[in-house]
Design a protein around this ligand. Structure first.
Ligand code: HEC
Ligand code: HEC
Length: 367
């Protein structure tokens, strides 16, 4: 809901500004001149009057805050919260988890937005403004000073690229997802426990007697700033940084900095134990990306009366389980608001908001 409203508002503002700034025919000359000015060594002027800071003050402060601390006036209503540029833990990048992103990653996020969050896409901003915004974002953290440029992970090695039929890729992806990487520690499993065991054994792992509770639901984990995030259930939740295979590959290979989502690029070169040949290869990262995309494509594309089968925000009231934690029965919701509910809760624990959700929640737990 927030994200839709934000989209309309920001689109309207962007339209106005685009109209105001793009009238003249000599526009491209103006554009490159302003980019040139921005990069000129007069840093103090740029910080306050440059194109980046002007655009930031116009479009971004409301959420990201004038100090870039992610605490703009709208931030308290948003979950996930706007990124804190002072900490510079950027989530979606083509660089290894923990490294600063490439400029291209930041401009892609600004242009495309992050689906399912308040961060809308700023497609109407001209490219030189996006470039200036990227530079401006970097002024909020000293992490960027004198950093050697990170190197993007290879993204041109998709072994399935030229095969039109992706059935094999998807089947391989299902095997690696469940039998090797155990993505279902946080994301749901999409197959039965015995089918997981078949994949485990096929990949030279021992079969398991026990699996976590609620194996077909996702688990929530806190990020480094204490905000609780659900690993998406690909059959119902949005992924944020793009549903194309390359974007899914990027998130899986590089991990999502500051969250529980690990980086996989270094774990994909496993030889067979007792024979020659590879058990797991870097190409299997692509297989998982195709598999995840196939799950996304099973998502219902409209809201139905069946509450268990529709888009819901990822922070829906569901028991929050740490990996390996045993669930306790959900607490009874009090019939009238208690003091606890009325308190301004700093920790923003997700609270069941109405009885529908509660019913849904109970049904989910019972399944
Ligand atoms: C309506 C609120 C809102 C506005 C306006 C907004 N953002 Fe965001 N932005 C967010 C939220 C929320 C997130 C965090 C999403 C997440 O964690 O998945 C975010 C995340 C980001 C990120 C981090 C991406 C990453 O990889 O971690 C960047 C960069 C960013 N915004 C840039 C901008 C810029 C530049 C503008 C202005 C043109 C802007 N945002 C305007 C809400 C907003
Ligand atoms: C330890 C927990 C954990 C494990 C294991 C894990 N993930 Fe994630 N994953 C997360 C969390 C948490 C997020 C959501 C981060 C956020 O909200 O921005 C996520 C997000 C994602 C996304 C969404 C990216 C986007 O654009 O929003 C994809 C795709 C993904 N994971 C794939 C995988 C795959 C494939 C595996 C196994 C190879 C895996 N994950 C293993 C916790 C995990």
């Amino acid at each position: 809901m927030h994200s839709h409203r934000a989209t309309f508002a920001t689109t309207a503002i962007a339209c106005l500004v685009t109209l105001a700034g793009c009238g003249e025919p000599g526009d491209s000359a103006v554009n490159s001149a302003s980019v040139g000015n921005f990069n000129a060594p007069t840093a103090t002027t740029d910080a306050t009057t440059g194109e980046g800071s002007r655009a930031y003050a116009m479009y971004c402060v409301g959420c990201h805050g004038s100090d870039g601390d992610g605490n703009g006036p709208a931030a308290r209503f948003l979950r996930p919260r706007p990124r804190n540029f002072q900490r510079a833990n950027f989530k979606f990048s083509s660089t290894r988890a923990g490294q600063l992103p490439m400029d291209e990653d930041l401009s892609r996020t600004i242009t495309e937005g992050l689906k399912g969050t308040a961060m809308s896409g700023w497609k109407l901003l001209p490219p030189h403004t996006v470039t200036a915004l990227v530079e401006h974002i970097k002024t909020f953290s000293t992490k960027w000073d004198g950093q050697a440029r990170a190197i993007a992970l290879p993204q041109d090695n998709d072994p399935y690229r030229t095969t039109p039929d992706k059935t094999q890729a998807i089947a391989r992806g299902e095997r690696i997802y469940h039998g090797y990487a155990a993505c279902w520690m946080c994301h749901p499993s999409y197959i039965s426990a015995s089918a997981i065991n078949r994949h485990l054994v096929a990949l030279e792992n021992p079969a398991s007697d026990t699996f976590r509770d609620h194996l077909h639901q996702s688990v929530a984990t806190p990020n480094t700033e204490g905000e609780v995030l659900f690993a998406p259930d690909f059959r119902r939740d949005f992924v944020r940084a793009g549903e194309d295979v390359a974007s899914l590959y990027r998130s899986i290979a590089a991990g999502i900095t500051g969250t529980a989502m690990p980086m996989w690029i270094d774990s994909m070169d496993v030889p067979k134990a007792n024979a020659s040949g590879q058990l797991v290869t870097p190409g299997d990262l692509w297989a998982m990306a195709y598999y995840v995309q196939s799950l996304i494509q099973q998502r219902p594309d409209r809201i139905t009366a069946d509450l268990s089968n529709q888009y819901t925000p990822r922070d829906r009231p569901q028991r929050i389980l740490a990996p390996g934690e045993t669930p306790t029965p959900p607490p009874q919701e009090p019939s009238a608001p208690t003091e606890e509910f009325l308190e301004d809760d700093e920790e923003e624990t997700p609270q069941p908001s109405n009885s529908d959700h509660q019913t849904n929640h109970a049904a989910e737990n019972g399944s």
